[in-house]
Design a protein around this ligand. Structure first.
Ligand code: NAD
Length: 437
C-alpha cells in the first residue's frame, strides 16, 4: 500500500517507519527542510530508542523515503496521514489547529483518485468535520474520506507501542475508508487486530478522554503522596494496595513531581476548553490541570525546604531534565518549573541529562550543564533526581559523598530506598514516604 505521512516528528516518523517496516511504501513529509535533509543523510533528528535502526533498514529496503514536497507522494497515496503538531494556542489554551488546516488545504490541491485522509494528530472533537470542509472548499472535485485515527504511542517506547498497541481507534464517516484502514493495519497482526471502529467525533474524544483519565490518575496519586507525607503513610504501598484491584490497575500510580511532556498538559487543557465551549464543563479535569500546574513549582519549594531555610547562594544539582526517561523531549517538563523556582529563590543550578541537554538549553537559562552526574554534584548542596533515567538507578554514593558540599538527596521519583542512601551518610527526602521507615 502507498502511504504518505505529513509531519515527520515523534509521531509521524515513528508511524511512517513502522508502517514501512510492515511492508507498506511510505513517504514521510515535513516542511522543515533541515529535518528532511538530515533524514535523507541517515541522521535521526530526535532521540527515540530503536528508531534509527528501523529507519535506516527501511530506507535501505526502498520502502521509506523523505520529502519536503507533498505533491508527488500524496497524489500517489491511497492513505495520507496528518501527523503535524497541535500545540496549545498562545493565550487561551485551545489546541492550535493551524498546522492541521494548512496541511488540509495543501492536500486538497494534490490528491488524486479516492484517497483516505487520516488525522493522527491529537485534535479536538469536530476537527475532522472541518478538515473535510476545508478540503471540499479548496477542491470540490477531491474524492476523499476523512478519518480520525488518534495515536496512543508513548515517547521512549514508541516503536513497541506502535507495533503492538492495546487498540487502534478509527473513526469513520465514509464506509469506503473502512477497508483501507483495515489494510493499513492488517500487517501488524497475524490474527485479529484490535481495531475499534467508531464515528469520527467519538474517536476524537477517545484520545482526549484517555489522556485526561491518565493525567487524573497521576494527579490523584500525587495528592495522596502529599497526604502520606502529612500523616506518615507510604504512597508506594498505597499505590500497590489499590493497584492490585483490577478495577483500578497498578499503572500510572507512581507519585512524582507532576506530569509533563508534549501531550498531557496541552491535551488536558484543550479538553477543558472544548468542554467549556459546549457548556459541559469537566470539573475533574479542570482541577487536575490546576493541581498539576501548582505541583511542579511546589517541587522547587520541597527541595528548598530540604536544604534549609534559605537557598540563596546554594548550588542544586539536578539529575534528569526531560519529562520522562528515554526521550530528549523537554516540552512542559517539570524540570523547567523546578529550575525556575529554585533560581527565583536564589539558588545556582547544575544539571545533567543523558539525552535532553541540547533541547533543555531552549527552556532554561543560567544553568551549568555537566558531563555526568558526578560532575553535576561537585560542590553541590543538594542532589535532586527529577527524571528516573536508568543511569541514575545505581549511583556511586560513596563517590558523591566525597564530592558534594553537603550530602542531601531529594528523590522526586522514589528511585531509592531510604536505608540504602542513609548508610552512606546522606540525608534522604522522597515523595510520599515516611521520614523514618
Ligand atoms: P512534532 O512537533 O514532533 O512533529 C510535528 C512535525 O510536523 C514537525 O516536524 C513539523 O515541522 C511538521 N509540520 C508542521 N507543519 C507542517 C506542514 N504544513 N507540512 C509538513 N510538515 C509540517 O509533534 P509530535 O510530537 O510528533 O506530535 C504530532 C501530533 O501527534 C500532535 O497532535 C500530538 O499531540 C500527537 N501525539 C503526540 C504523541 C507524542 O508522544 N509525541 C503521542 C500521541 C499523539
Amino acid at each position: 500500500m502507498r502511504i504518505a505521512v505529513v509531519g515527520s516528528g515523534y509521531v509521524g516518523l515513528v508511524s511512517g517507519a513502522c508502517l514501512a517496516d510492515f511492508g507498506h511504501e511510505v513517504v514521510c513529509i515535513d516542511s522543515d527542510v533541515r529535518k528532511i535533509e538530515a533524514l535523507k543523510e541517515g541522521v535521526i533528528p530526535i532521540y527515540e530508542p530503536g528508531l534509527e535502526e528501523i529507519v535506516l533498514k527501511n530506507v535501505k529496503a526502498g520502502r521509506l523515503q523523505f520529502s519536503t514536497s507533498l505533491e508527488e507522494p500524496v497524489s500517489e497515496a491511497e492513505a495520507v496521514f496528518i501527523a503535524v503538531g497541535t500545540p496549545s494556542r498562545r493565550g487561551d489554551g485551545h489546541a492550535d489547529l493551524s498546522y492541521v488546516y494548512d496541511v488540509s488545504r495543501q492536500l486538497a490541491r494534490v490528491v488524486r483518485g479516492f484517497t483516505v485522509v487520516i488525522t493522527k494528530s491529537t485534535v479536538p472533537v469536530g476537527t475532522g468535520d472541518e478538515v473535510e470542509r476545508i478540503i471540499r472548499e479548496a477542491n470540490p472535485n477531491a474524492d476523499v474520506a476523512v478519518v480520525s485515527n488518534p495515536e496512543f504511542l508513548r515517547e521512549g517506547a514508541a516503536i513497541e507501542d506502535f507495533k503492538r498497541p492495546d487498540r487502534i481507534v478509527i473513526g469513520v464517516e465514509d464506509e469506503r475508508a473502512r477497508p483501507v484502514m483495515t489494510e493499513v493495519y492488517r500487517p501488524l497482526y497475524l490474527n485479529k487486530a484490535p481495531l475499534v471502529f467508531t464515528t469520527r467525533r467519538t474517536s476524537e474524544l477517545i484520545k482526549y478522554a484517555a489522556n485526561a483519565f491518565l493525567a487524573m490518575k497521576i494527579t490523584f496519586i500525587n495528592e495522596m503522596a502529599d497526604l502520606c507525607e502529612a500523616v506518615g503513610g507510604n504512597v508506594q504501598d498505597v499505590a500497590h494496595g489499590i493497584g492490585l484491584d483490577g478495577r483500578i490497575g497498578g499503572k500510572f500510580l507512581h507519585a512524582g513531581p507532576g506530569y509533563g511532556g508534549s501531550c498531557f498538559p496541552k491535551d488536558t487543557l484543550a479538553l477543558v476548553k472544548t468542554a467549556q465551549d459546549y457548556a459541559s464543563p469537566l470539573r475533574l479535569v479542570e482541577t487536575t490541570v490546576a493541581v498539576n500546574d501548582q505541583r511542579k513549582r511546589a517541587m522547587a519549594r520541597k527541595v528548598a525546604r530540604a536544604i534549609g531555610a534559605d537557598v540563596r547562594g546554594k548550588t542544586v544539582a539536578l539529575l534528569g531534565l526531560t519529562f520522562k526517561p528515554n526521550t530528549d523531549d523537554m516540552r512542559d517538563a517539570p524540570s523547567i518549573a523546578i529550575v525556575q523556582g529554585l533560581q527565583d529563590a536564589g539558588a545556582s543550578i547544575r544539571a545533567f541529562d543523558p539525552e535532553g541537554m541540547t533541547a533543555a538549553r531552549d527552556y532554561m537559562s543560567d544553568v551549568t550543564f555537566a558531563a555526568d552526574p558526578y560532575a553535576a554534584a561537585e560542590g553541590a548542596d543538594a542532589l535532586v533526581i527529577v527524571t528516573e533515567w536508568d543511569a541514575f538507578r545505581a549511583l556511586d554514593f560513596r563517590r558523591l559523598r566525597g564530592t558534594m558540599k553537603s550530602p542531601l538527596l531529594v528523590d522526586l521519583r522514589n528511585v531509592y530506598r531510604r536505608d540504602l542512601i542513609e548508610v552512606h551518610g546522606f540525608r534522604y527526602v522522597s515523595i510520599g514516604r515516611p521520614a523514618e521507615d
